[in-house]
Design a protein. Structure first.
Length: 174
C-alpha cells in the first residue's frame, strides 16, 4: 500500500511539474530561434482565433458602434474582417519569437513582426504568476523586461492536448 501511495504522489508531482516544463521548453525554443520546435508547442488555429477575438474586442471598445453611428459600426465590421487575414499571417513562429524578444510586446509588435535580435544571453520574460485553472488548463503570466506596469503583462494559457501541454491562448497588451 505504501508503494502505491508513493507512486500516486510521484505521478501527481510529475503532472503538476509538466506544464512548467512545457513553458520552459517553449521559452528555450524562442530564445534559441528554433522555429521548428516552437511550431510543435503551439496550437496555432486556437491561438490565432484568440488573437482575432482580442483584436475585434479592441476595435469595438475603441469605436463604440452602439452609440448610433452607422459608419462606426460599418468600420468595426470591415476592420474585423480585414484583421482576420492579418492575424493569420502574423501569428506564426517568427511572430511569436518577435513578441518574446520585444521589451514591451503588444498586438502591434505581433502584427508588424518587428524582429528584435536576441542573443542566448538575453533572459526570457520573468514569470510573475502561474497555476492550474482546471485539470487540463494551466495559466502563466509573464512580465517582459521592458515592462513598466501591470498592463504590460502577457498572459499565456496552456491546455493538455493529446498528452502534451500546448500554448492555446496569449493575451497581449493592446
Amino acid at each position: 500500500m505504501k508503494k502505491f501511495a508513493a507512486l500516486v504522489i510521484v505521478l501527481l508531482a510529475a503532472y503538476a511539474a509538466y506544464p512548467y516544463l512545457a513553458l520552459y521548453r517553449l521559452g528555450e525554443a524562442l530564445q534559441a530561434h528554433d522555429l521548428d520546435a516552437v511550431e510543435t508547442k503551439v496550437d496555432w488555429p486556437r491561438l490565432r482565433q484568440g488573437i482575432k477575438d482580442d483584436v475585434n474586442a479592441a476595435l469595438v471598445s475603441k469605436v463604440r458602434p452602439e452609440e448610433g453611428n452607422g459608419f462606426a459600426a460599418l468600420g468595426v465590421a470591415l476592420a474585423g474582417t480585414l484583421a482576420g487575414p492579418m492575424v493569420d499571417a502574423a501569428v506564426t513562429p517568427a511572430g511569436l519569437e518577435a513578441v518574446a524578444a520585444a521589451d514591451r510586446p503588444t498586438l502591434t509588435t505581433l502584427a508588424t513582426q518587428i524582429y528584435v535580435s536576441t542573443s542566448a544571453d538575453r533572459p526570457l520574460p520573468r514569470m510573475v504568476q502561474s497555476g492550474f485553472s482546471g485539470l487540463t488548463a494551466f495559466d502563466a503570466t509573464v512580465m517582459p523586461h521592458g515592462a513598466t506596469s501591470e498592463g504590460d503583462r502577457i498572459r499565456l494559457r496552456f491546455e493538455l492536448e493529446g498528452g502534451y501541454w500546448m500554448l492555446t491562448r496569449i493575451h497581449l497588451p493592446i
